[in-house]
Ligand binder design. Structure first.
Ligand SMILES: Cc1cc2nc3c(=O)[nH]c(=O)nc-3n(C[C@H](O)[C@H](O)[C@H](O)COP(=O)(O)OP(=O)(O)OC[C@H]3O[C@@H](n4cnc5c(N)ncnc54)[C@H](O)[C@@H]3O)c2cc1C
Length: 468
């Protein structure tokens, strides 16, 4: 059933009244609830699934943050200003400046808060860098999985006595004629309904990747692509926002990924490319500069014959990639081919051996001279490859949408005229992100950055407002 809004007079009756409702118990919703609790406000989290997971659980759980003590411990000099400049460079200068300032400044305190207060053992990844980041600033948990991140956040919420109503979908939103949200109607798995009145509402229910009609309308290029995110992200925030007269921004933007093992459907880390691997199509030909970014690369792969590509790399790169659980799973599933020579690898991949050899040798020669190829990709001498060699067949996928509700630098949802709704906030994929209007604007980590930092910020802001 789809999300709806009723704009009512003040006479709607609620079964219960709470200070704060948060829709969605992904990273955004859980961070919001923890922050609100610390500020003295008990939130009720409404989550459709049996156990919180969301796209957060499907991710690698990596959060970019600038100026953390984890970076300083490894001698990495960084600052929120450098981070903000990297975000805007990737977004073509089209990300909202106030939101960029908020997330780039809030990320290091967020990572240290989750570590110090809730025991999440973050470390900075320092053995490869993601495209577009001037320095190494991706922070991950030991398993490098989003499952670990969401489970640890849920444990923290449970230990803090945060109420999570699972198997409960927020379906209907009540607001008065001034745009003040009065409450939500929640539908339980057994079809019972409950109306929960609230003083503030945070939408943390991610974007519309799981709603094919909205993807067709706003991102037609990816309408036929594999959707690799959480199916429960059905665009409810956008549907409610549109009905309320909210500003909707950058709805064509998304995070794609050009490296999902097929037919196994397992994410192959972009470290494979950033450490010196290449991609070729079924003709054994390279087709672009792979290092611009994995998001825009999804559509490049889908434009190739058969809508797939092969990533080709060596054992050193595989060792770096093996820190990711997904890569180990791909190995276990038999997705990674191995051969002693490029000719044998071509045979296993069933691509023309002379084409693959020409592309491979060209890239290796460029590495020796620190040169650039015909697409403008720069190669580095420290990334030369040696047998045994590996290949994995990959396709492009839609991971999550980046457009959403327009917000200010505190996560307050904006009306079409730019004024703020009195008590409505959005965080994570429910809000417009910091990637500008296209897939190419997605800097690695923008997803969890806006989920966690804006989650925390909206929880704090909503709590302060309720208490004032
Ligand atoms: C494979 C993959 C890898 C990724 N890797 C990374 C990475 O390493 N780093 C990074 O920064 N980003 C990554 N991302 C993106 C990142 O996962 C998301 O941007 C982030 O998890 C969004 O968090 P969220 O809390 O907004 O949404 P989610 O985690 O998706 O949570 C939203 C929750 O809302 C619930 N919900 C939706 N509608 C309703 C409703 N009406 N009522 C009740 N509940 C509802 C859903 O069930 C879900 O649990 C990746 C994404 C994918 C798919």
């Amino acid at each position: 059933m789809s999300a709806t809004v009723t704009v009512t007079a003040a006479d709607v009756k609620f079964d219960t009244q709470v200070p704060l409702v948060i829709v969605g118990a992904g990273a955004a919703g859980l961070c919001a609830a923890l922050a609100a609790k610390e500020a003295g406000i008990d939130a009720v989290l409404v989550e459709r699934d049996d156990v919180p997971s969301g796209s957060t659980a499907l991710s690698a759980g990596l959060i970019p943050a600038a100026g953390t003590r984890f970076q300083r411990g490894k001698g990495i000099a960084d600052s929120p200003e450098l981070f903000a400049a990297d975000i805007q460079r990737k977004a073509g200068g089209q990300a909202d400046a106030s939101v960029v300032a908020a997330v780039s400044a809030g990320a290091a305190p967020l990572v240290e808060w989750l570590c110090d207060r809730y025991g999440l053992p973050f470390e900075v990844i320092d053995n490869f860098n993601y495209p577009g980041h001037s320095v190494m600033r991706m922070h991950g948990l030991p398993s490098r999985t989003g499952r670990e991140l969401i489970d640890r956040l849920r444990n923290a919420a449970e230990a803090s006595d945060v109420v999570i109503l699972t198997k409960s979908a927020a379906q209907h939103l009540f607001a008065d004629s001034a745009g003040r949200v009065r409450g939500v109607e929640v539908v339980r798995r057994d079809d019972t309904r409950e109306r929960i009145g609230c003083e503030a509402l945070i939408l943390a229910c991610n974007g519309f990747g799981g709603n094919p009609a909205l993807v067709r309308r706003y991102i037609p290029d990816m309408a036929a692509a594999l959707y690799f995110g959480h199916p429960g992200n059905r665009g409810d925030a956008v549907i409610w926002g549109e009905a309320l007269g909210a500003r909707l921004s950058h709805l064509g933007a998304y995070q794609g990924h050009g490296s999902v093992a097929t037919p196994h459907n397992i994410l192959i880390t972009w470290a494979v490319i950033m450490e010196g691997g290449i991609q070729v199509n079924r003709d054994g030909r390279r087709f672009c500069d792979e290092t611009r970014g994995y998001s825009e690369h999804a559509a490049e792969v889908l434009r190739q014959p058969g809508e797939f590509a092969w990533a080709v790399f060596d054992a050193r790169i595989a060792a770096v990639a093996r820190q990711f659980d997904d890569f180990r799973k791909a190995e276990g599933a038999g997705a990674i081919l191995t051969a002693a020579t490029i000719a044998d690898l071509a045979k296993a991949m069933r691509v023309p051996a002379e084409n693959l050899a020409a592309e491979w040798n060209d890239a290796e020669n460029l590495k020796h001279g620190n040169g650039a190829d015909r697409f403008g990709r720069r190669f580095r001498a420290d990334q030369t490859c040696r047998p045994p060699l590996h290949a994995v067949k990959v396709t492009g996928a839609l991971f999550h949408t980046q457009g959403g509700l327009g917000i200010d630098g505190k996560g307050r949802v904006l009306r079409r005229d730019g004024s703020g709704f009195p008590n409505l906030f959005a965080a994570g994929g429910a809000a417009a992100g910091v990637s500008g209007p296209t897939a190419a604007g997605y800097l690695s980590g923008n997803g969890l950055l806006t989920a966690t930092v804006l989650g925390r910020l909206t929880g704090q802001t909503a709590a302060e407002q309720i208490l004032s």
